[in-house]
Design a protein around this ligand. Structure first.
Ligand code: PBG
Length: 322
């Protein structure tokens, strides 16, 4: 049976029926807002309109607002004063992230706080691991574990390693468990590509590598089977959530990863994806809100259970109709 018996347009006739047959739902519950916390004064990020580096007092204020809007979680990135070749500010008890987590948890205890675990913002050379000739995988693991543990001690609900060193999920999980942080969650940036879409983030977090690139540790954009290998390894090593990053140019990867792991899958709608929409909207070339919602929906449709996005507040506002 086909036309005229089959008329798919019947199910698009008006808003009510379209709502009833809609296959994918986007909810504020599924959004995580990234926040940049600085030891210095807050300032706007030039390449990410609407995003700022926040001081501790500003980040607490923002956390309260985010929680009130019904967004369940934030992910924190730190911008320290001091950088060196051991990333010592990353695991300093009174470092920027540790202080920010304590301050937020003190004032907004119900907001779920995720902390990004990486060394690049804290290294003088801007790489995500220890440099000795190359990026030394195994020497970096100890520093990553120390960093994650210090976040847990400060009250982080979930640590999120984004460095792409092999074996770090296992080492971090073990370090947390050995110190009694069995309840601290671990979201692994298991599938993270070496991507030019991180450009604006590197300005926001001051983390551009001073030499070379990240291609020896982050994944090659051409590969998809490798993403399944990475995701499965991290599932075995004890990750609670698997994250794919970036999102838009990798929707196929999100869909495939969703099929092979039994953990929740998150996708990171990264800085460059945000900046492109903001820039085109500022020029009046696209309808910002419509493109934002279509983008987020596409990431959900691909299979992401949750989305880390700089649009979280704007999207939540629209979804809640306020
Ligand atoms: C740190 C890190 C990066 C991002 C998240 N964590 C940058 C990078 O790997 O260079 C990118 C996020 C974004 O672009 O929004 N390793």
């Amino acid at each position: 049976m086909n036309f005229p018996n089959q008329r798919p347009r019947r199910l698009r006739k008006n808003a009510a029926i379209r709502r009833m047959v809609r296959e994918t739902q986007l909810l504020p519950d599924q959004l995580v807002l990234p926040l940049f916390v600085t030891e210095g004064r807050g300032r706007p990020v030039r390449s990410m309109p609407g995003v700022s580096q926040l001081s501790i007092s500003q980040v607490v204020k923002e956390a309260k607002e985010v929680f009130k809007m019904g967004i369940p979680a934030v992910i924190l990135f730190g911008i320290p004063h001091k950088k060196d070749d051991r990333a010592s500010s990353a695991y300093d008890k009174s470092g920027i992230i540790q202080t920010a987590v304590k301050s937020i948890k003190d004032k907004v205890p119900e907001l779920y706080v995720i902390t990004d675990v990486c060394l690049c913002e804290y290294m003088s050379h801007g790489h995500c691991g220890v440099v000795s000739g190359t990026i030394d995988n195994d020497a970096s693991l100890e520093l990553l574990a120390k960093t994650a543990l210090s976040h847990a001690q400060a009250g982080s609900d979930m640590v999120a390693p984004s460095d792409m060193m092999d074996g770090r999920v296992k080492i971090i999980r073990r370090a947390l468990d050995q110190s009694g942080f069995k309840e601290t969650g671990l979201m692994s940036y298991a599938v993270k590509y070496a991507s030019a879409f991180y450009g604006p983030f590197r300005e926001a977090a001051g983390s551009a590598p001073k030499f070379g690139d990240r291609k020896t540790y982050q994944m090659d954009a051409a590969n998809v089977r490798e993403s399944l290998r990475e995701a499965k390894l991290d599932e075995k090593e004890g990750a609670d959530i698997i994250l794919v990053k970036p999102a838009l140019a990798y929707l196929d990867v999100i869909a495939k990863v969703r099929d092979v792991v039994n953990l929740p899958v998150a996708a990171y709608n990264v800085s460059g994806e945000y900046a492109m929409i903001k820039a085109a909207a500022q020029k009046g070339w696209i309808d910002e809100r419509a493109v934002m919602m279509e983008t987020l929906l596409s990431i959900k449709r691909a299979g992401a259970d949750m989305i880390v996005t700089y649009f979280a507040k704007e999207a939540a506002k629209l979804l809640l109709g306020s």
